[in-house]
Design a protein around this ligand. Structure first.
Ligand code: SAM
Length: 272
């Protein structure tokens, strides 16, 4: 049996922090040593590697391992209908205004750090309800993330445990309406799933064809980046947005100290 070393030394930790930044843009400090050790240890074990140095060496030449590394070092906490005030904005202001200004067009929505898909499906449920009273309304939702693991959950659309219990407590009517109860969990119904697609995307490298979004949910991801990197990501995201598009941030995020082209609209909401 392979015994993984207990602790990584300071120079290895520094290089791992550099690798985290290089591959994800996430800025971690030495204080994350225990978290990183905890997350990487089982991977070392699975690869039969005894030292964190050996793992670093592997990362340098094994591109497939880089994706595993990214999956392990990202934090993917999310919920359905997280932060009530942004959902009120989307339902009561954004959708009525957008629909009035863009008859018969297709609303393009981007969940830009989609994690396991709860945000993208929350959007889809609200759009489905809006379509009932506005049959000409059409929409597409794209969920992207840098972690391939979480995207798999989103693509399947099966939720159990904390995520499903949270939705049941918050909004049991929508859980019943839009999910089928299956063994040990809930499967999102086809009408909610169909408008949503998921793909792997690093916010630092957004391809130029990825564009034309009317509204972007960029939530609870900027907090992981330095101020300079947040500005880079925001400039990339802006290029993917239409003029006058809306940007929605996470509950503890703000653009007030950053140099960007976004204009403040209301707390957590910005406009181009
Ligand atoms: C805390 S979750 C937020 C999920 C959801 N937006 C929400 O607010 O509930 C942050 C997500 O950002 C993703 N992420 C981190 N760095 C990224 C990057 N450079 N490009 C794209 N996604 C990234 C992580 O993989 C993670 O799933």
């Amino acid at each position: 049996m392979i015994q993984v070393e207990n602790e990584m030394d300071a120079s290895v930790l520094e290089e791992i922090l550099e690798q985290v930044h290089h591959h994800t843009g996430i800025q971690m400090t030495e204080r994350k040593k225990n978290l990183l050790q905890g997350r990487l240890r089982s991977r070392l074990s699975a690869l039969k590697l005894e030292t964190y140095r050996a793992y670093l060496d592997l990362l340098k030449w094994n591109a497939a391992e880089v994706q595993e590394f990214v999956n392990l070092v990202t934090t993917n906490e999310t919920q359905f209908f997280r932060t009530p005030r942004i959902w009120s904005y989307f339902t009561d202001q954004f959708l009525p205004e957008w629909t009035a200004a863009h008859p018969k067009q297709t609303l393009k929505i981007w969940s830009a750090a989609a994690s396991t898909g709860e945000e993208a499906y929350s959007i889809s449920m609200i759009c489905a309800e809006w379509k009932v009273s506005h049959p000409d309304f059409n929409y597409k939702i794209v969920g992207t993330d840098i972690s391939s693991d979480v995207l798999e959950t989103g693509k399947i659309g099966f939720y159990q445990g904390k995520s499903a219990i949270d939705l049941k407590n918050k909004d049991s009517k929508r859980l019943e309406a839009y999910f089928s109860a299956v063994e040990n969990g809930y499967q999102v119904k086809p009408e909610i799933k169909a408008p949503v697609s998921f793909s792997l995307l690093n916010l630092y490298r957004i391809p130029s064809h990825f564009s034309g979004f009317d509204i972007v949910f960029l939530r609870n991801v900027l907090i992981y980046f330095s101020a300079a990197d947040q500005e880079k990501v925001l400039a990339n995201v802006r290029r993917a947005m239409k003029p006058n598009a809306s940007l929605i941030l996470g509950e503890s995020e703000s653009l007030s100290r950053l140099k960007t082209q976004f204009k403040y609209h209301m707390p957590l909401i910005y406009k181009l």
